[in-house]
Design a protein around this ligand. Sequence first.
Ligand code: ASP
Ligand code: MG
Length: 404
Amino acid sequence: MKIVVLKFGGTSVGSIERIKKISKIILNYVKKKYKVIVVSSAMSGVTNDLLQKTKKISKNFSTSEYDVLVSSGEQISCALIAGSLNELGYKARSWLGWQIPILTNGEYSQSRIFKIKTKEIMKYLKTGGIPIITGFQGINLENRVTTLGRGGSDASAIMCAKFFKAEKCIIFTDVDGVYTTDPKILKKAKKIKVISYEEMLEMASLGSKVMQPASIQDARLNRMDIDVKSSFIKKGGTLITKRKNILSSKVIRGISFTKSDAKITLIGVKDKPGVAASIFEPLSKNSINVDMVVQNISANGKETDLTFTIKSEDLNKTQNLIKKNKKIKFRNLIIDKNVSKLSIIGVGMITTPGVTYRMFQALANKKINILVISTSEIKISVLVNKKNLKQAVAVLHTEFKLER
Ligand code: ASP
Ligand code: MG
């Protein structure tokens, strides 16, 4: 059996008209003799609306009820898609997570799929039916509804492709693939034809919003090729695959950035064991994600400065937590609200010397000041003033020949 998993994102099923449109896309694969498994997200905006409702009830809305509520958007879109295919004369039905079942573990609102039972769906496929599976949701071992984190229907699709041994997994979205950088910031951004899991994971985690980062990790662990395509226009998309399959000699594959970060510097903290832990403990307990961290070497062996970045929206909370923290002493607190993290990503940098230098020199040529630097095996990130972001992206895009 030749199985294909087709996943549709919120905007692809965002209206009745769109649902009719993607029904045609589904039928194209049926006509090509594929057994099609559809995974759908909620119609765009629906999940957000549901989430807002919980906030009006309580600041501490029960996490298990949160999952029951926010997963309901997918029930609506899947029923509509099934109905639309029925109307066109095809056998199709919706399948909710618990009906399959899709089994998850971990916490509510951020569960992970560990198994999908295939028996019922396989039986249904053999009868010629098109199953329309709700993305984003599953059940846990207590038989309660769970969800997979925002954007989690990507993970649903990838895990379906794995458990049903699909030949292909296609993610239909509102852009026609993954770009070298955000085309809204840089017009000459180019579509990337092939990208490795590792690079895609960095791109997604560092600010490119095309796919949920956790889902790419699932694809990588399972060696599952993913095609990202537009459901709006017919055009080749981006293939996410293993490094081995990529021939291109590009050193840098893409540039990602965050738009609103804040930088916090504690001046004159004690230079002794445990201080950094004491600073970050309350932040971690309050789910504040600390990103880049740098600590200076202390000049006198007694005091040092510590800088870190967070999302701008966490700034007030973070400031309060630091001021309330009795375990730490510092002379001064400096805040910069207008910073962006800019990252160049590419597995090619592992084997190519001089990439760091080229990046820094290109920025220096435009007099763009670098505030903080951090690197990993396949990425280099710098923090810059937000006002320099656009120019910095353009300069690096040219330096690493991404438009070619
Ligand atoms: N509907 C869910 C969300 O908005 C899941 C998804 O779109 O993938 O986060
Ligand atoms: Mg989505």
